[in-house]
Every structure is written in structure tokens, then in C-alpha cells.
Design a protein around this ligand. Structure first.
Ligand SMILES: [Zn+2]
Length: 299
């Protein structure tokens, strides 16, 4: 906490200087992104008229991320800050304050994509922040990003609008492709057992039922009662594969697969894109990877 307030003063001066520099030189719009998905959308909508600075990079857990003093400086010097929202960035108000905040450059993309599903967390329900697993939501997000860029840089507004339209058409094609892949699975096999409840928006759009693994979705080790209940569910539902995101106990995984005959279904990208050299480096690639992994494992 303390380091934020100490930094705030010099960071304010820096923000002022950077804003002047941008206006004078007509340099690319400086866009800070707090999510790997938003970074990809920003590149697709902004092209070479934006410089995307990724604070949350591939492989970083966005639920655990904390901005460093260097990150605060980047935010202070940014023209636009893209926020995933729906409660994902617990550090947001601190970041706004310590970076000088106020200027309206923080764009809460998640609040513009439509209603939130709810998620159980420690016996209460919270907004489900994983909205990007719905292509309909991402199409709305593209509109939010386009409008934010156009507001910050009106001279390039037409270019942003054209790029957003072209990218949205690709998202429509992706949606059709995913529906075709999902159609390979009969409805009664569309059962998703995952250890990290991140796929509710995907399940809603493509007709899957989620069986959340109670007691296993937090960092705590699952109790033997939780594991026994899970095994019962998998057997009863005839689920052929289970997707583990964050169970690090190989004994638990082995017990579940041995007792049920279900196999481990492969890696899903729940919280963002994969590394640049992976097969999930863009939003489109990530969605293709997930749906292919899910459908092939459950067939
Ligand atoms: Zn998550």
C-alpha cells in the first residue's frame, strides 16, 4: 500500500508530461491493458495507431496480480487504460489513486459487455469475471474499445471503426466454427467438470452444464469428502473427462481418474491467453484451443 502513495506525486508529474508529449507529437495512442484478452482486442482495433502496454502478461494469474511501482508509472503515462472489470482487478481503486486517476482514461470494458453471471466464492456470490468466454460479450467489448480509442484520438476514429467492424466479422465466423465443433457432441455429453469455475459464459452460450468441483476451486486442498462427492458426480453423470486447472495434488487427480475411469481432459485457458509461442496466443486461437480440447475429450 505504502509504496503507491509515495510514488503518486512524481507519477502525477510524469503523467502530465506524457500527455503533453502525446498531443504534440501525434504519437500512437498509449494503451495500458490489464488483461491478455484486452491486449489482443486493442491490437486488432488499434493497429499501428496504438501502442499496447501489457501489464498482465500471458501466464500471469489475473486473480493474484499486483501492480509494481513500474506498472503504476505506465498507467500514469497512458492515454487509455483497459480494465477487464466485473471484479477481476481487486487492486483497481488503489491503482487509480496512485497513478493520479481522475482523468477518465480508465475504461471498464466488462461493465459494457452485458449482464454478469454469478459465481460462488466463500459461501457468498460475486460477479463472474470470466466474461470473455462468450463471443457475444467480446463483440460488445470490441465496441467499447473502439469508442474509447475514438474518444482519445478522434482523428483516427474512422480507422478504429473500420478495424472493429472487420474484427467483429471474424468473431462471427469464429462463433459459427465453435458451434459446428460443439455439434459433434450430443447434448447429454456436454458436461463440464473443472476445478476452476471459469466457463459459465461459455457453457451458457453453447449448451454445456457445469459441475463445479466444490471445495477444490480455491487454493486449499480438497477434503476427502469433497473428492468422494466429486467421484460420485462423475460416475453418475457418465462424464468422460475432467479438466483440472489448479489442483496441484497429483494424488487427488490420480484418485479421481482411477475411481471413475474419467481421463484428464487436457489444458484449458481459463484466465487469459497463452504465451506468444503457444497455440492460444490470440483470442481466436485460445477459443479454438479450448473448444477443441473440450469436445475431443468428452466425445
Ligand atoms: Zn479465473
Amino acid at each position: 500500500m505504502k509504496r503507491f502513495s509515495i510514488l503518486a506525486g512524481c507519477v502525477l508529474a510524469l503523467a502530465w508530461a506524457t500527455t503533453l508529449a502525446h498531443a504534440a507529437a501525434n504519437a500512437p495512442l498509449k494503451v495500458v491493458s490489464l488483461s491478455t484478452v484486452l491486449s489482443d482486442l486493442a491490437r486488432n482495433v488499434g493497429g499501428d495507431k496504438v501502442q499496447v502496454i501489457e501489464l498482465v502478461k500471458a501466464g500471469v494469474d489475473p486473480h493474484e496480480f499486483q501492480p509494481s511501482p513500474g506498472d503504476v508509472q505506465q498507467v500514469a503515462g497512458a492515454d487509455v487504460v483497459l480494465v477487464s472489470g466485473k471484479g477481476l482487478e481487486g487492486y483497481l481503486s488503489r491503482l487509480e489513486q496512485s497513478s493520479g486517476g481522475g482523468s477518465g482514461k480508465f475504461v471498464d470494458v466488462g461493465s459494457g459487455v452485458g449482464p454478469s453471471l454469478r459465481l460462488k466464492e466463500d459461501k457468498k456470490t460475486v460477479e463472474d469475471p470470466h466474461w470473455w468466454h462468450s463471443i457475444a460479450n467480446v463483440k460488445k467489448a470490441v465496441g467499447v474499445v473502439r469508442d474509447a480509442f475514438g474518444k482519445a484520438d478522434p482523428a483516427d476514429g474512422a480507422a478504429f471503426a473500420a478495424a472493429a467492424t472487420a474484427y467483429s466479422a471474424r468473431l462471427d465466423a469464429l462463433d459459427k466454427e465453435i458451434k459446428l465443433k460443439v455439434a459433434e457432441l450430443p447434448r447429454e455429453k456436454r458436461k463440464l467438470v473443472t476445478s476452476h469455475d471459469a466457463f459459465q459464459y461459455f457453457a451458457r452460450d453453447y449448451g454445456f452444464r457445469i459441475y463445479p468441483i466444490e471445495g477444490v476451486s480455491t487454493e486449499a486442498q480438497p477434503s476427502s469428502k469433497d473428492v468422494a462427492e466429486l467421484i460420485e458426480t462423475i460416475k453418475k453423470q457418465g462424464v468422460k473427462a475432467v479438466f483440472f486447472e489448479n489442483i496441484e495434488n497429483p494424488k487427488v487427480v490420480a484418485a479421481i481418474t482411477q475411481e471413475t475411469g474419467a481421463k484428464v481432459g487436457g489444458e484449458l485457458y481459463a484466465d487469459g491467453l497463452g504465451a506468444p509461442d503457444s497455440d492460444a496466443a490470440t483470442y481466436e486461437a485460445m477459443m479454438r484451443h479450448n473448444v477443441t480440447t473440450i469436445v475431443n475429450a468428452l466425445k
